[in-house]
Design a protein around this ligand. Structure first.
Ligand code: M6R
Length: 610
C-alpha cells in the first residue's frame, strides 16, 4: 500500500508535500517521512505514526528543503518503526527513495548486496531498491534506475532524489499506480500515487506503467520506456472540483458518512431514472443495447465491502434481469482459470478504483476477452481508466477507512444496472415505474433509521461488553449481515461472524451460548418465517438476540431481547435501511470501546498491494 508524493516548483515543498501526503493517508498511516535537498545535501525527517506527528517533528527540527519527496506507509516488510519509515537511502546517503508496492525477491537481492558488504539499516524490501540504485550510480541517475528495475520482482511505484541532481525527481512504476502532473504555466511538477492529491493548479496528468521512467523537473517532464528510449505519453486534463474534506461538525468522518447516505443515494440515482421513457440512463456509457441484451453471464469482482455489494448484485441480476451472475473475491479470481466467454460481462466494483487485486482480476478478465464495466467512486482512478465503461457512484470522497456510503451507492448502482438490462429484455413501462417508486423511497427509509440513531446508541452500549458476535440473515440479508459484521470487526476490533441463517445447524450453532450475542437481519419477506424459526433455536440456547426486523413482524417480540424496527421494503431494496442500522450499531460500539474509528489499526483505505 503506501502513498508517495513529490514536489518540484517555487512553492514551499515541505508544506505541499505534507498536504499531499495527508490526501494519501488513506493508503496507510503506520509511519510517514519526507526527504529533499538543501544546500546540496540530502536532508530528511521520518518517524512511526501519522502525518500529524511528522509535521510536528519537521517543525521542531526546523527542516528546510528545496524540493521534496514524501511517503505515508502501510507496513508490509518490517514493523512500523522510525527505522523502517520511508524514505530509504543508499549507503552513502546520497540518494533517497520512497516506494509503494512489494518487492517479492527482496531477500535474495539483500543477500547479494550483503555479500558485497552493503550495510542495511531497515527491515524493508524498499531499502534494496535504494541500495541497488546506489550501486549502479555512476553520475547518471536515470541509467542507475534503468539498470535496477529489471532485477526487481513484484510491484512498485518509486520516486528518487539524488544529491548530484538538484531540482530533479526520478520516478518509475510497474503495476502500482503513479501519476505525474504539471501546471499550465510549466512552473511546477508533482509525482503522486493518486492524482486526486494534486494541487488545484496541476491540471495536466500522465500515468506511468510497465517500468516506464520519468525525469521530473519544475514544469518539465520527460518519459522513457524500460530501455530509456524517450516516449510520448498521453497528457490528460485533470478535472478537479476538489474541496477539502471536512467533518462538518460530526465527531468522526465515519458518522458523517453514515449520515450522508440519505443524500448520496439520491446522487447515485440523479439523472438516471427517466420517468418519461421509463428507462434507466447512465452518462458516458459505452455499452450498446445489443451487447447488453446478448450477455449470458455476469461475473462481479471486488474485495471486502465491494464484494458484499457484488453479492447483492448477483441477486439483482438473477431476480430482476434474469441473467446468471456470480460474485468472486478478486484476490481469488485473479488466480483462477475461469471459463469466460465473450457473452460474460465482468463488473469490477471498487470505491477507490485502486485495489490491487480487483485491478489485477479485471485485467486478467480483459485479457481473456471479456468486456469490463467499472462501478467506482473515484474519478481518474486506475479502474475507471481501464474499464470499458464506468458507472460512477457520485458519493463524494469517502474519508473513513471503513466504507459505508460507498456500499449503499454501489448497491444502488447495481440495482439500476440490473433494471437497465431487465428493461432491454422487455420489462414493461408499468413494472419499471413501480421500481422507480421503490428507488425513490430508499432515501426516506435511510432517513428513518438515522432519526432513531440514539436508540441504536443505547442498544450498542448494552452489547459493547461482548467480544464475539454472530450475525445472520437470509437471501438479501446474507451479504448485508456479512457487511454489518465486517463494520464491527474493523472499527471495534470485535470478533463478528456473518452467516446465512440456514447454515446455523450445520456447525456454528455449537458456538451459541449466553455470552455470544446473535444479531439477526430479518428484512427479507420471502424467508421471514424461516429466520424466526432460526432465532427460536438460538433463544433455546440462551444467546442474547438483537433483531433488525421489519415493522410488523410481531412474532419477533417474544423472541428477541432487543429489536430495532426497520421500514418496510421490497426484498431487493431491504439492504439499504438494514445496513445503515448495522453501520450505526458498529459505530456506537466502537465509540463505547474507545477505538480509533476513522483510522482503525492495521488498515488502509486503499489496498494497493496484493
Ligand atoms: O476501494 P475498494 O472498494 O476496492 O476497497 C475494497 C476493500 O478494501 C474495502 O471495501 C474494505 O473492505 C473496507 N475497509 C471495508 O470497510
Amino acid at each position: 500500500m503506501c502513498g508517495i508524493f513529490g514536489y518540484v516548483g517555487k512553492k514551499d515543498p515541505i508544506k505541499i508535500c505534507i498536504g499531499g501526503l495527508k490526501q494519501l493517508e488513506y493508503r496507510g498511516y503506520d509511519s510517514a517521512g519526507i526527504a529533499g535537498l538543501y544546500e546540496g545535501q540530502i536532508k530528511s525527517c521520518k518517524e512511526a505514526g501519522k502525518i500529524a506527528s511528522l509535521e510536528k517533528k519537521i517543525l521542531s527540527e526546523g527542516l528546510k528543503l528545496d524540493f521534496a519527496i514524501g511517503h505515508t506507509r502501510w507496513a508490509t516488510h518490517g514493523k512500523p518503526t522510525d527505522q523502517n519509515a520511508h524514505p530509504h537511502f543508499d549507503e552513502k546517503s546520497s540518494l533517497a527513495l520512497v516506494h509503494n508496492g512489494i518487492i517479492e525477491n527482496f531477500s535474495q537481492l539483500r543477500d547479494q548486496l550483503k555479500s558485497k558488504n552493503v550495510r542495511f539499516t531497515s527491515e524493508t524490501d524498499t531499502e534494496v531498491i535504494a541500495q541497488l540504485i546506489g550501486q549502479f550510480y555512476r553520475g547518471d541517475l536515470l541509467d542507475a534506475v534503468q539498470k535496477t528495475l529489471p532485477l526487481l520482482q513484484g510491484s512498485f511505484a518509486i520516486a528518487i532524489i539524488h544529491s548530484n541532481h538538484p531540482g530533479q525527481i526520478v520516478a518509475a512504476a510497474r503495476e502500482s499506480p503513479l501519476s505525474i502532473g504539471y501546471d499550465d504555466q510549466h512552473t511546477e511538477s508533482i509525482v503522486s500515487s493518486d492524482p486526486n492529491a494534486f494541487l488545484p493548479s496541476t491540471s495536466n496528468v500522465m500515468f506511468l506503467r510497465g517500468d516506464e521512467i520519468a525525469q521530473v523537473e519544475a514544469g518539465k517532464i520527460s518519459i522513457f520506456n524500460s530501455t530509456l528510449k524517450p516516449i510520448e505519453k498521453k497528457i490528460e486534463k485533470l478535472e478537479s472540483n476538489y474541496q477539502a474534506p471536512s467533518k462538518e461538525g460530526f465527531e468522526h468522518f465515519l458518522i458523517k458518512e453514515i449520515y450522508e447516505q440519505s443524500s448520496t443515494i439520491q446522487k447515485a440515482l440523479l439523472g438516471r431514472l427517466n420517468d418519461e421513457s421509463a428507462c434507466i440512463e447512465f452518462e458516458n456509457f459505452h455499452f450498446s443495447d445489443e451487447y447488453l441484451k446478448s450477455i449470458r453471464n455476469i461475473w462481479l469482482l471486488g474485495c471486502g465491502t465491494s464484494s458484499h455489494a457484488g453479492w447483492i448484485g448477483t441477486m439483482f441480476f438473477e431476480d430482476l434481469s434474469r441473467v446468471n451472475a456470480s460474485v468472486e473475491i478478486a484476490s481469488e479470481a485473479r488466480y483462477r482459470n475461469p471459463l469466460l466467454a465473450s457473452d460474460t460481462l465482468v463488473i469490477a466494483i471498487s470505491q477507490s478504483g485502486e485495489t490491487a487485486d480487483t485491478i489485477a482480476a479485471m485485467r486478467e478478465a480483459k485479457r481473456r476477452g471479456c468486456s469490463i464495466l467499472g462501478i467506482c467512486n473515484v474519478v481518474n482512478s486506475t479502474l475507471s481508466r481501464e474499464a470499458d465503461s464506468t458507472i460512477f457512484l457520485k458519493a463524494g470522497p469517502e474519508m473513513s477507512v471503513c466504507s459505508t456510503k460507498a456500499f449503499s451507492s454501489q448497491v444502488a448502482v447495481l440495482a439500476l444496472f440490473a433494471l437497465h438490462i431487465a428493461r432491454l429484455k422487455g420489462l414493461s413501462d408499468g413494472e419499471m415505474r413501480k421500481y422507480f417508486a421503490h428507488f425513490r423511497k430508499i432515501s426516506g427509509s435511510i432517513q428513518q433509521v438515522l432519526e432513531k440513531s440514539s436508540l441504536l446508541q443505547t442498544i450498542a452500549k448494552k452489547y459493547a461488553k461482548y467480544n464475539d458476535f454472530f450475525f445472520m440473515g437470509r437471501r438479501y440479508m446474507v451479504p448485508t449481515c456479512l457487511e454489518a459484521a465486517l463494520k464491527l470487526k474493523e472499527i471495534s476490533y470485535v470478533n463478528a461472524n456473518g452467516y446465512p441463517a440456514g447454515e446455523l445447524k450445520h456447525g456454528p450453532i455449537a458456538l451459541i451460548c449466553p455470552n455470544f450475542p446473535v444479531v439477526a437481519f430479518c428484512s427479507n419477506d420471502q424467508t421471514l418465517d424461516k429466520i424466526v424459526s432460526n432465532l427460536m433455536e438460538v433463544k433455546a440456547r440462551g444467546a442474547p438476540i438483537l433483531a433488525f426486523a421489519p415493522e410488523g413482524l410481531h412474532s419477533i417480540i417474544e423472541i428477541a431481547d432487543d429489536i430495532f424496527w426497520l421500514p418496510e421494503s421490497i426484498d431487493p431494496f431491504a439492504p439499504f435501511a438494514s445496513i445503515v442500522a448495522g453501520q450505526l450499531f458498529a459505530y456506537y460500539i466502537a465509540k463505547d470501546r474507545g477505538c480509533d474509528i476513522d483510522q482503525p489499526r492495521n488498515l488502509a483505505k486503499s489496498v494497493t498491494v496484493e
